[in-house]
Ligand binder design. Structure first.
Ligand code: ZN
Length: 78
């Protein structure tokens, strides 16, 4: 959902590099070269950035709907 802060396997900090990685991928650079230039060499860390799918924006509406329904129920009870 969100970018894991650290590599699951070795504990190396990866979240601080994710934004730059994502921006450079969007601008058309090759992911392998970006990871090399960011100093992410171990494949356990590389998979953290390569395989992250940001789904938070897709999940938020469900929480908003849940909150809205809860407030409706609360107002019906009062
Ligand atoms: Zn790692």
């Amino acid at each position: 959902m969100l970018v894991p802060v650290r590599c699951f396997t070795c504990g190396n900090l990866v979240a601080d590099k994710f934004e730059e990685y994502q921006n450079r991928v969007k601008s058309g650079e090759e992911p392998a070269k970006i990871l090399d230039s960011l100093g992410i060499e171990r494949y356990c860390c590389r998979r953290m950035l390569l395989t992250t799918v940001e789904t938070i924006q897709q999940v938020i509406p469900f929480y908003e709907a849940m909150y809205k329904r809860n407030t409706e129920i609360q107002s019906e009870l009062e």
